[in-house]
Design a protein around this ligand. Sequence first.
Ligand SMILES: NC(=O)c1ccc[n+]([C@@H]2O[C@H](COP(=O)([O-])OP(=O)(O)OC[C@H]3O[C@@H](n4cnc5c(N)ncnc54)[C@H](OP(=O)(O)O)[C@@H]3O)[C@@H](O)[C@H]2O)c1
Length: 320
Amino acid sequence: MEAIVYEEFGGPEVLRHATGVAVPEPGPGEVRVRVAAVGVNPVDWKRRYGWVEEFYPTTFPAVPGLEFAGTVDAIGEGVEGSGEGSGEGFPGLAVGDEVLGWTKTGAYAEYVIAGIVAPKPAELSWGAAASLPVAGETAQRVLDLIGVREGETLFLHGAAGVVGSVAVQLAVAAGITVVGSASESNHAYLRELGAIPVAYGEGLAERVRAAAPDGVDAVFDAAGHGVLPVAIELLGGEGTADKRRIATIASTDAAEYGITFSGVVGDPDAVRAALTAQARQAVEGTLAVRIADTLPLKEAARAQELSESGHVRGKLVLLP
Ligand SMILES: NC(=O)c1ccc[n+]([C@@H]2O[C@H](COP(=O)([O-])OP(=O)(O)OC[C@H]3O[C@@H](n4cnc5c(N)ncnc54)[C@H](OP(=O)(O)O)[C@@H]3O)[C@@H](O)[C@H]2O)c1
């Protein structure tokens, strides 16, 4: 099969477009999917550099990519008809079903062994489906972690990024006021989503206070870039701030500030249920991921370079 493979850590040049890669065989309790579209995530190039080994250890040769959408192509023993005894639990899945979710074998490939998957509604495009799992799960996980509720005010750093924009939509739908930081060029987009935009950089805390004069109840850092001292200041300063109400997915120095870095996908059954619901919301038009561009799989290195630039407007999608 066709796949993107790398055998050492490094820049985009270590990615090789290979043909003739062995198609993975589903073992007992496993499901194989023929991939229709792949979502590119910043963690794909962070892994390629070897920066996130403590969370995602790499075995070479490695195939990048966490999320995909595609069609179930083969199922291992103990899967068909019921999740019972399937190990991973794929309730009711059969060959030919369209799914979206996570892979255990690397998504930049024609075939993958599925991790957690949910049914893909027929009306959802392949690209939209492949763009949803990571952003949807991460956004919901962090909103739950910081316990932000209806009537409260959230500061969301990096609100126009893929994860940030999904978090804005989920929070606004839950009756939360969102102040979101983004580049100037994304402010109109944030207003459309229902957030109050502010520019990041010098003076960020003052701008957030001006946008939320009654104060901020919780902070979600979806961008990093040294924002944690600002987050603490917004919640009353060191010694006063309730740090359980701050979480980051991007600042790897979180522990130095006593702040939680959230990086682990939640309970599989809950994640599958949430992804199923989010896929329905995407069809109904109440939850959307912007797609920045769609590229052929062999241009994976270029897609990762674009992602690394830090200002792509939406999800990059690869098509095998
Ligand atoms: N821990 C986890 O579970 C987890 C899961 C998913 C993602 N992540 C991480 O979360 C981050 C966002 O992921 P994503 O998929 O949403 O990426 P993305 O769509 O590329 O978004 C990147 C964001 O960073 C912002 N940004 C760029 N330069 C900045 C700066 N100097 N100061 C402040 N913000 C800046 C961008 O804002 P503008 O576009 O408005 O300039 C944009 O909002 C990445 O670091 C990713 O690795 C972690």
